[in-house]
Design a protein around this ligand. Sequence first.
Ligand code: SF4
Length: 204
Amino acid sequence: MHCTKCPRLAAFLEENRQKFPDFFNAPVASFGDEDPSLLIVGLAPGLKGANQTGRPFTKDFAGHLLYGTLLKFGWATGKYEERADDSLCLIKSRITNAVKCVPPQNKVTGEEINTCNAYLASEISSFPHLKVILSLGVVSHKAVLKALHLKQKDYPFKHGHFVLIKEKNLYLIDSYHCSRYNTSTKVLTKEMFEDVFLKIKSVL
Ligand code: SF4
């Protein structure tokens, strides 16, 4: 995937190509089943995680909980070994990010979210059997609403909350992001995260 539509992010990637020549250092494409029923939407690649490996959540702290949970609930097979060429394979699930390029200090701007939203919208519309979109965190939640042309005020973010978008035949569910900060502060526990996946199972 090649894109330089966001000048700040393109410049940051260029800077990192000099600093970390062995890193992936490019927009990170989605990963998983080509015909998913579940799409998980994160925020953006981490500098030394997905931006290093080229696969969403891979080598990011959040990847341990996310991939561990997917493996536990049968959404993945193989072994997660923090590298893009491990044996991990997603089943009926796919992972993407609201913003495909690593941002400085892990912070994206509203403009970058909007610019990258066309990619997210195109991904969502390309999966004919998609039934559930899981948004990890508020930013991802808002990006998903935007991609689906839904009004933000009608769908506030709420952890564990499910909503059926009848006209699109899609369930949306939110979770706090499985980031190091959220898990270390217990905003999100392993049990809370697993409960979200149990809910997803119940509608699929
Ligand atoms: S964040 Fe998205 S729109 Fe912006 S440069 Fe990267 S791929 Fe392109």
